[in-house]
Design a protein around this ligand. Structure first.
Ligand SMILES: [Zn+2]
Length: 182
């Protein structure tokens, strides 16, 4: 960030009084511009045992497979967001189920919240952000071409729980930040 979104003047990176981290602070109006993690909501839709996956039409990871997921909008719940993303990316109207995984993606400043979901009818297609959308048997999931670690985590936990006949929720953190010298 270089300029204040309130008044257009330059911002400085400094630790405000009483704070403990550097923030972008406006040199003119004094506004402190906090930057916090964004929430991505998604789901693992299942139809008669098969899993719905989307092949990404956009960067990052264009051409790789993912589950329907995307940034939350203001005014919606995580479940609303997961259902909306399924409609947008896979033209699939899913029923959102139990919480599956919370993945802290530290290098991207994101929190991914994944749910189980049911696709009642095998009706789906490629939305604007997808090249193609398919239902996969567990044995044919393209593990080498999964777009993101958080998605692989969610899929693997989903399948493990399904085999065990349980619905647990899982937490993990992924940190691909470069390590500082020393
Ligand atoms: Zn300002």
């Amino acid at each position: 960030m270089n300029f204040c979104s309130q008044c257009g003047q330059p911002v400085s990176l400094l630790v405000p009084e009483g704070d403990h981290l550097p923030r972008h602070v406006c040199t003119a109006c004094g506004t402190v511009h906090y930057q916090n993690p964004k929430i991505v909501a998604g789901c693992v839709p299942e139809h008669e045992g098969r899993i719905l996956l989307c092949r990404r039409a956009i960067e990052p990871r264009r051409g790789y497979w993912t589950i329907p997921a995307g940034f939350m909008e203001n005014g919606e719940t995580t479940q609303d967001a997961a259902r909306r993303e399924s409609i947008e990316e896979a033209l699939a109207d899913v029923e959102i189920g139990s919480l599956l995984a919370v993945v802290h993606v530290l290098h991207a400043d994101q929190v991914h919240v994944m749910f189980r979901a049911r696709l009642p009818k095998p009706e789906f297609g490629a939305g604007a952000e997808s090249l193609e959308v398919m239902l996969y048997d567990e044995d044919s999931i393209p593990w080498r071409d999964i777009a993101f670690r958080s998605v692989e985590f969610a899929l693997r936990r989903y399948l493990e729980d399904r085999r065990a006949g349980r619905e647990q929720h899982h937490f993990t953190a992924i940190d691909l930040r470069p390590r500082s010298a020393g």
